[in-house]
Design a binder for this molecule. Structure first.
Ligand code: HEM
Length: 152
C-alpha cells in the first residue's frame, strides 16, 4: 500500500510540474483585445492536479510514511535531522504554499477591476507557486533526494 501510494505521488509530481510551467507561460502571454485571460481551462486542471497531489500527500504524511511517523514520534530530534525535517515541515509547508498561491492567483485575478491588473496578479502568484514547487521537490543529489522516476 505504502509503495503504491508513493509511486503514484512520485509520478503525479510530473503532471503538477508540467501544469505549473504551462500556467506561468499562459499567465505571461499578452491578453487579447477583449482582455480575457488565456489558458483558464489549463489553470483549472492545474488546480485539480494540485488538490489530488495534496490529498495523496496528506495520506502519506498522516498514515503511511515511515519518515513522518518517525519524525512525529520525536519532533525535537527530527528538527535537527535534515532528512526528517524536510518531510515533517519543509515539503508539506512548501506544497501547501503552492496550493495557496495558485488559489490566490485565480481569486485575485477574478476579482480585479481591469484586465491588466488581473493578468499581473495571476502572473505573480503563479510564478511564486512555481518557485515554491521547484524548491519543495526532493530532487536527486539533495540529502533528502529521491529518484526522478520511481518504479518500486
Ligand atoms: C503539489 C504538491 C506536491 C508535490 C508535487 C509532491 C511531490 C513529492 C515527491 C516528488 C515526493 C517523493 C516521491 C518519491 O520518493 O519518489 C513526495 C513524497 C512525499 N510527500 Fe509530497 N508532494 C506534494 C504535496 C505534499 C503534501 C501537501 C504533503 C503533506 C502534507 C506531502 C507529503 C509527502 C510525504 C509524506 C512523502 C513521502 C515520504 C516518504 O518517502 O515516506 N506531499 N512528494
Amino acid at each position: 500500500m505504502y509503495s503504491s501510494v508513493l509511486i503514484l505521488h512520485s509520478w503525479m509530481r510530473w503532471a503538477v510540474v508540467f501544469l505549473a510551467v504551462a500556467a506561468v507561460i499562459n499567465a505571461a502571454r499578452p491578453s487579447p483585445a477583449n482582455g480575457a485571460l488565456l489558458g483558464k481551462a489549463w489553470d483549472r486542471l492545474y488546480m485539480l492536479a494540485i488538490d489530488i497531489q495534496v490529498l495523496i500527500g496528506l495520506i502519506l504524511y498522516f498514515g503511511l510514511s515511515p519518515f513522518t511517523v518517525d519524525a512525529m514520534n520525536n519532533v525535537a530530534q527530527a528538527m535537527k535531522t535534515p532528512q526528517l525535517r524536510f518531510w515533517l515541515v519543509e515539503h508539506a509547508v512548501g506544497m501547501l504554499v503552492v496550493m495557496g498561491m495558485v488559489r490566490m492567483g485565480r481569486i485575485m485575478s477574478a476579482n480585479s477591476k481591469n484586465p491588466a491588473t488581473a493578468r499581473r496578479r495571476r502572473l505573480i502568484c503563479f510564478s511564486i507557486a512555481l518557485l515554491a514547487l521547484l524548491a519543495s521537490i526532493p530532487w536527486p543529489g539533495l540529502v533528502y533526494g529521491r529518484p526522478l522516476f520511481r518504479f518500486e
